[in-house]
Design a protein around this ligand. Structure first.
Ligand SMILES: Nc1ncnc2c1ncn2[C@@H]1O[C@H](COP(=O)(O)OP(=O)(O)OP(=O)(O)O)[C@@H](O)[C@H]1O
Ligand SMILES: [Mg+2]
Length: 466
């Protein structure tokens, strides 16, 4: 059986006879087994014995089974726990699985076949976990973590920090200039954490009027202020058992900062106008493009909140300091943009790449993405040429003559053509050039797809009336 030799089991029970009997039965199935007589001894033993599974009784002296589970869960890579519960006590059993994260439970007296099956399942789960960890490691070696791309030393150390902190409950402060991938980093932390199946909620603390932000974060009861026509759950409640990203935390109003600090300490919120406190289990990640440490020092941000948030810090490097990531970033972004706009751009012409690598990218990867989006739509297929780059935005200008296709495809308009007629000719010509792809045509013409649709509808109506 695959995986069976992979896993070792720690049996924890204060009853010596049961412990020994259970241990020798499991050993008989081919697993490596050790024993402990209570929770404390189990924790001590686990320092040297790298068990994949812990089978534990609940009622034990010194440190009971529930406390053992709690302590295990504070550790990044902890064994899977199978809990032995009293017969018929399904409530407690489910609680250990739901609240304490046990792998599963078995009722006493033990049914050996059930235990054997469960151990096989646990072995399989461990095998899949180490398989996906290995894949992740390989991808990181190639310069990918979650949706983050780049294998420069600066990004490698970001990946390594993220991998270390993700499995814990620690609050993380992500800083970096605008467009450096702070939100992607937050998502990576969530998806590499045990909360990955829970919600990921992002709230922008800058884009909201002061009065609304607290309702956004904590929710409100119906009628708690003018305009509160319905009860509303806030982001903390929505992110229960998941991760909450507080984006642009540096812009959070001072009063809200004080309330946030209290929520982080108490792990409870109270909706605006609400009487009862609601317990929330939320992992908080905050992001900022402002120097929060300086702001805290200068009294522009609460210092206590800063220290609470910055338990662990991840700093994303600006793109100009990791230009060696440009080829990989361009390739990844072009492939996403091709899919999004139904284009088939194979890559960048060497001269196009040369122009991009001379730019300083003050808007970082977001700016690069916007430039490539324009180029992909304009090129449609083949190589993106320098002439496909936007002419505004501070890219080094080195645009040679317009591409042959566009020159040959020009419009010749005799004097006397009305502006309306000229516009229609140009739109129709552009649509032919894009094989009737309206989104691409709109981009080339510099109007929104909606404007283009409206124009086409007007022409349709005019034609029908002719
Ligand atoms: N390392 C990266 N690899 C791939 N794409 C990236 C990377 N960094 C950023 N992006 C892309 O750039 C854009 C901006 O990323 P993101 O929203 O995470 O930046 P941000 O740091 O949160 O910016 P802001 O401070 O303006 O909110 C997104 O489209 C994202 O997909
Ligand atoms: Mg952001």
């Amino acid at each position: 059986m695959v995986g069976r030799n992979l896993i070792s089991v720690l049996v924890v029970d204060d009853e010596a006879n049961q412990r020994t009997a259970l241990a020798s039965m499991i050993e008989g199935w081919g697993y490596r087994v050790q024993t402990a007589s209570d929770g404390q001894e189990a924790l001590d033993r686990l320092r040297e014995f790298d068990a994949s599974v812990v089978i534990t009784d609940l009622m034990m002296p010194v440190l009971d089974g529930k406390e053992l589970l709690r302590r295990l869960h504070e550790q990044p890579r902890h064994p899977l726990a199978i809990v032995l519960t009293a017969f018929g006590n399904i409530e407690t059993a489910l609680e250990t699985v739901h609240d304490l994260g046990a792998f599963w439970f078995l009722e006493k007296p033990l049914e050996p076949r059930a235990l054997r099956l469960l151990l096989e399942r646990a072995a399989e789960q461990r095998r899949l976990e180490s398989y996906s960890a290995e894949l992740e490691r390989q991808l990181a070696g190639q310069g990918v973590l979650g949706e983050l791309v780049g294998s420069s030393p600066a990004m490698q150390s970001v990946y390594s920090l993220i991998r270390q902190v993700a499995p814990t409950r620690a609050t993380v402060l992500i800083s970096g200039e605008s467009g450096t991938g702070k939100e992607l980093a937050a998502r990576a932390i969530h998806s590499l954490s045990p909360r990955r199946d829970g919600p990921f909620v992002a709230v922008n603390c800058a884009s909201m009027p002061e009065a609304l932000i607290e309702s956004e974060l904590f929710g409100h009861e119906k009628g708690s202020f003018t305009g509160a026509v319905e009860r509303r759950r806030g982001c903390f409640e929505l992110a229960h058992e998941g991760t909450l990203l507080l984006d642009e935390i540096g812009d959070m109003p001072a009063l809200t900062q004080a309330k946030l600090l209290r929520v982080l300490e108490d792990k409870r919120i109270r909706r605006i106008g609400g009487a009862k406190e609601i317990e929330v289990d939320v992992r908080v990640v905050a992001s900022t493009n402002r120097p929060l440490d300086e702001m805290a020092r200068d009294g522009k941000f609460r210092e206590d909140l800063f220290f609470r948030l910055a338990v662990f810090r991840v700093e994303l490097p600006p793109l100009r300091e990791r230009k060696q990531d440009l080829p990989a970033l361009c390739a990844a972004l072009i492939s996403t943009l091709n899919a999004r706009h139904e284009c088939r751009v194979a890559g960048l012409h060497p001269e196009t790449f040369e122009i991009l690598s001379q730019h300083d990218w003050p808007g970082n990867v977001r700016e690069l993405r916007n430039v490539l989006e324009y180029a992909v739509i304009l090129a449609g297929e083949g190589e993106a040429l320098p002439s496909h780059l936007p002419r505004s935005g501070g890219l080094p200008v080195r645009h040679p003559a317009p591409p042959a296709a566009a020159a040959a495809d020009g419009v010749l308009l005799p004097v006397g053509t009305t502006l309306e007629r000229a516009e229609r000719e140009l739109i129709e010509l552009t649509l032919r050039h894009t094989a009737n792809n309206k989104t691409r045509a709109a981009t080339i013409l510099g109007v929104s797809p909606k404007t283009l649709f409206n124009k086409l509808r007007e022409y349709g109506a005019a034609d029908a009336g002719e």
